[in-house]
Design a protein around this ligand. Structure first.
Ligand SMILES: [Zn+2]
Length: 386
């Protein structure tokens, strides 16, 4: 197989490339895994672009962002496999043998998925997984953290794949066993997550041989006290969860309830810098490789939030509101307000950061900010996700 043929077959069929590159990674499992996480990142991005939508400063930036968001899934997956091609292109002669052996190898290998998006997208998540695995089962599911938009599809996949291993970090394992939704944040944020179980604990500091690569599990507190990030030093590939995105990082949830965590965010960014990844698969947004500008931007945003926690609280509030709007698509203003005024986080945030405004007035102000930033459209008493 010449490089030209590989590129041609790549263009014709992305999955063929996965087969071809398999040899370079000594097995297809890694490719399946990368492919799924890349697809997942893209899925999450279109399904769940809350944070990005809220950090838009002007119309031009919004346009740029939307162009990025609506880039088709297939193209993103293809872009990622181009990266794989770069890695694989050095191994030339091995490809023919790889084609012959890859089907057999696939049977023996484990297929692993990292995180499962929000429950409203569970069908889409399963379809993506099945689209890549065909008749093979999914063997292992790993959660970086247990926010509803990272494990909302867990239950559905566990039902579909009864043999599925599910790995979670130890911090909330008791809460998952007992399904205490307060501790799991679903009740305080007014979000949904179907009950799931776990089979394994993902200990920070441990290393796992998954997909023919060693994956280091690093504690990454800040956005969530129990979150981890996954790093494969061999490929300098990082799955950064919500600790670092190309355009920032996730809301620092402990801070919303008065627990200091901005320093932990900074330490986690330092950790990422020390790991020195060349490629990052973030919890939201597309795969990226310009790590240093992303770290700079994240540190700038963090500094602004730390200087002005009220600004971060407003950002967090709007994320929670927009998140729910994404879930519902459209809803009457009245029903939305009734939901919002009952959400513990919202009441808490209002109490601590609502200045002297009443809860309904403060909510109106937050919704007005969302409208101004283009994240929300109000028509005849109905709120529409925009
Ligand atoms: Zn999160």
């Amino acid at each position: 197989m010449t490089a030209e043929q590989i590129v041609a077959s790549h263009k014709a069929n992305v999955e063929t490339l996965f087969g071809l590159t398999a040899k370079a990674f000594e097995g297809v499992e890694k490719l399946v895994e990368l492919n799924l996480t890349a697809a997942k990142a893209a899925l999450d991005e279109s399904a769940n672009n809350t944070q990005a939508a809220l950090s838009v400063k002007d119309a031009q930036e919004l346009l740029a962002m939307q162009a990025n968001l609506f880039q088709p899934l297939a193209e993103k997956t293809a872009a990622y496999s181009r990266h794989l091609y770069d890695i694989a292109s050095g191994t030339g002669g091995e490809f023919t043998k790889a084609i012959e052996s890859q089907t057999a190898a696939a049977q023996k290998q484990f297929a692993t998925l990292v995180d499962t998006a929000y429950v409203t997208h569970q069908d889409q998540t399963l379809a993506l997984v099945r689209g890549h695995l065909h008749d093979r089962p999914l063997d292992r599911l790993v959660n970086t953290h247990l926010h509803s938009d990272h494990c909302g599809g867990n239950h559905y996949l566990q039902v579909h794949y009864p043999q599925l291993q599910t790995w979670i970090t130890p911090g909330l394992s008791q809460a998952v066993l007992d399904w205490t939704q307060e501790d799991l944040s679903y009740q305080p944020t007014g979000q949904n997550c179907p009950r799931f179980h776990f089979t394994h604990l993902l200990q920070p500091g441990s290393v796992h041989r998954w997909a023919n690569a060693n994956w280091e599990v690093h504690a990454a507190p800040g956005h969530d006290p129990h979150s981890v990030i996954l790093f494969a030093p061999e490929y300098r590939l990082l799955m950064s969860a919500d600790a670092l995105w190309q355009n920032g990082f996730g809301v620092v949830f402990p801070e919303l309830v008065g627990v200091a965590a901005f320093d932990e965010v900074a330490q986690t960014l330092d950790l990422i810098e020390r790991l020195n990844p060349t490629t990052i698969i973030p919890g939201h947004g597309s795969v990226f490789s310009d790590v240093s500008p992303a770290l700079d931007l994240a540190r700038q945003k963090l500094e602004a939030f730390a200087k002005n926690p009220e600004r971060h609280a407003r950002y967090g509030t709007k994320v929670l509101l927009k998140f729910k709007l994404l879930e519902w698509g459209h809803i009457s203003r009245q029903d939305f307000n009734a939901w919002a005024m009952d959400v513990p986080y919202m009441r808490d945030l209002h109490q601590r950061f609502g200045l002297a405004y009443s809860l309904p007035t403060w909510l109106d102000m937050m919704l007005a900010e969302l409208t101004r930033s283009g994240a929300l459209l109000e028509l005849d008493g109905m709120l529409h996700d925009a």
